[in-house]
Write a protein that binds this ligand. Structure first.
Ligand code: NAD
Ligand code: UDP
Length: 311
């Protein structure tokens, strides 16, 4: 099949492209390189089944494809808040353009939505039936509300135009090829630990996240695309929950670092707790994460060490 991956040069997108190539598909990787990089897909570039298209999805594009994985959107708070208007344009206009493409070529389209659509959740863990608690006017809204509108667009193109859709709500995912300076907690803590710099815990570190290794996530995306008749939304994430302070201590222990923990102000609207309820993914996709946090973190530490993050 000829498969389009928007955001294919990013962290998750590059792993998905590699997986799809491995499965024998022809892959069109579309990216504007805002947060993605050619380095992420270097190993695929010479392959005749792989094509790289530099394009911004806020502009329409004509392509002939059989499947669309729609991932293009900056994902780390630092990057999506850099140009918030562009972020929401990417989610809204970009998703309209990709849905228009899906409609024209009659291809199934999978949206990489996010746990952020639950906002600062008052239901814990979060099932797909929860409608969320999102601040519509805060500094995270460009991302959270953008993805909520993207989900609405998916549903309306499905109901109105019969577009074959899949919606996946991705929870915090980590692994090699996360951008070193994108400000997310996993990359920040590992790079700080390897360099012997202070580990910056925001707030008192009592907030929680649940971290999923990227190969598990990619397996979930592929299963969801091949699952006919189930459109989601479905949560994909690892339900093992940890506080950020525990996570900082874990990274220090894993790297044998002498870094000290320091406390910085908690950014506004930072969700206090997050854990996916993955019952639906388990029952409909037969999916659950297989890589333990420790094993995934070791691979990620090796990756950042290899980049020369160690001092
Ligand atoms: P990333 O920033 O590494 O990748 C995003 C990619 O999209 C980059 O390659 C970037 O250059 C590209 N992009 C951004 N705006 C674009 C535009 N207007 N036109 C074309 N390309 C554009 O982020 P990621 O972690 O790989 O996330 C991928 C997707 O998964 C995103 O949609 C994100 O919202 C979603 N997601 C990720 C996580 C996570 O923990 N990583 C969690 C929830 C949801
Ligand atoms: N965080 C932190 N120190 C950092 C970066 C992030 O304590 O250097 C915290 C952040 O405030 C949040 C959690 O770690 O509570 C996860 O942050 P990240 O940006 O990785 O993802 P998100 O908040 O989007 O889940």
């Amino acid at each position: 099949m000829r498969v389009l991956v928007t955001g294919g040069a990013g962290f998750i997108g590059s792993h998905l492209c590699a997986r799809l190539m491995n499965d024998g598909h022809e892959v069109l990787c579309l990216d504007n390189f805002f947060t993605g990089s050619k380095n992420n897909i270097l190993a695929l570039l010479g392959n005749p089944r792989f094509e790289l298209i530099r394009h911004d999805i806020t502009e329409p594009i004509l392509l002939e494809v059989d499947q669309i994985y729609h991932l293009a959107c900056p994902a780390s708070p630092v990057h999506y808040q850099y140009n918030p208007v562009k972020t929401i344009k990417t989610s809204v206009m970009g998703t309209i353009n990709m849905l228009g493409l899906a409609k024209r070529v009659r291809a199934p389209i999978l949206l990489a939505s996010t746990s952020e659509i639950y906002g600062d959740p008052q239901v814990h863990p979060q099932p797909e039936t929860y409608w969320g608690n999102v601040n519509p006017i805060g500094i995270r809204s460009c991302y959270d509300e953008g993805k909520r509108v993207a989900e609405t667009l998916m549903m309306d193109y499905h109901r109105q135009n019969g577009v074959d859709i899949r919606i996946v709500r991705i929870f915090n995912t980590f692994g090699p090829r996360m951008a070193e300076h994108d400000g997310r907690v996993v990359s920040n803590f590992i790079v700080q630990a390897l360099k012997g710099e202070d580990i910056t815990v925001y707030g008192d570190g009592s907030q929680t996240r649940s971290f999923c290794y990227v190969s598990d996530l990619v397996e979930g995306l592929v299963r969801m695309m091949s699952c006919n008749g189930f459109i989601g939304p479905v949560n994909l994430g690892n339900p093992v929950e940890t506080t950020i302070i525990e996570f900082a201590r874990r990274i220090i222990a894993l790297t044998g670092s002498h870094s000290q923990i320091v406390y910085k102000p908690l950014p506004s609207d930072d969700p206090q707790q997050r854990q996916p309820d993955i019952t639906l993914a388990r029952t409909t996709l037969g999916w659950e994460p297989l890589v333990p946090l420790e094993a995934g973190l070791k691979k990620t530490v090796d990756y950042f060490s290899g980049l020369g993050a160690a001092s």
